[in-house]
Design a protein around this ligand. Sequence first.
Ligand SMILES: *Cc1c(COP(=O)(O)O)cnc(C)c1O
Length: 389
Amino acid sequence: MVEQDEEQGEQELTRWAWVEIDTQALRHNVKEAKRLIGPRCQLMAVVKADAYGHGAVETARVVLDEGAKRLAVATVDEGIELRRAGITAPILILAEPPVSTVKLLVDYNLTPTVDTTEFAIALGDAADAQGKVADYHLGINTGMNRIGILPSQIIEFLRAIDFHRGIHLEGVFTHYATADEPDEWDFRQQLERFQGSVQAIREAGFDPGIVHSANSAAIIRYPEAHFDMARLGISLYGLHPSSMTWGMADLQPVMSVKARATFVKTPMVGEGVSYGLHYRTPGGRQIVTLPLGYADGMRRELSGRCQVLIGGKRCNQVGNICMDQMMVEVVPSASLLNPVDPVEYGDEAVIVGRQGDEQITLDELADKLGTITHEVAIGFGHRMRRIYV
Ligand SMILES: *Cc1c(COP(=O)(O)O)cnc(C)c1O
């Protein structure tokens, strides 16, 4: 990630390719999630992977201001980054980190997910050594088989660590493998196992604390999975987890990707474009260079298969996408029905987002790549500077 100065000049571009983050859209999506979960359920904003490429610190500040109560990240380093930026809200780490990190967790007041007794005891020892009590959340494996303790082992686990004064069970959770899939059977099975586990914890005399299970898809589709808290990831950024939630939530995309033309020429018929010269121009067309490439998240597999918006029109990307640059083709026409002005040096191009009446979505790129929007958004978050508007 590019270091962003706190002082003025923060929004000044040193490069004609950037990511725009629409903070009003972010606020809108928090409001929409709060509407969906209702007043008795807390909102946890998932800002792992640099907030899915949107910038963890900046995103965290906006969503906490809009009423999210807690944050979640994937790694200890991600948690420390937020703490160093002065964020004091509770931060959950969504999987058990290496046991060697327990002191850092206590030092930075980060709440880990725990699913082994060894980790729980090491965490308790580290907290106790500083005269503190460390909160943790117990991850329960109800069927995804990624992390978490099996339902049949929970009570044994809780009894084994009950003696320790250095740890406190702040919450219990599970994660669904199929909340965004058409078929509900596996989801129902996981939900039932989770409800059974929470009930067993209570019956054994333990307080499960904050009970949570829903990711974006379950927040939108399954109110019965909301419990005390909901973990909002992809839909915080205005994206649907899958086509299953289309029309069920009012989301506004937060990320746009933009660039300016750094070079414009009109090569003669038969001239090639980019590495390998695989694309040959029929002539009379402008070849416009944009200064972003696969090192910026513009995946090379998209070469010759995607479009960008210039002058409010869709233009084909042509030739191989390079590491730092790519070319698009513009067909100027004098036709009154479909006029396209010639492109000039410095004209703006939209790779993701709106221009005029046209829009290119992260979904469109994800579909072409055979992946999900999460992966495409994160790709754009690495090298380009982000501007918060
Ligand atoms: C990433 C993650 C989420 C957020 O999921 P989305 O589908 O992006 O909403 C929630 N819970 C856990 C455990 C996760 O790892």
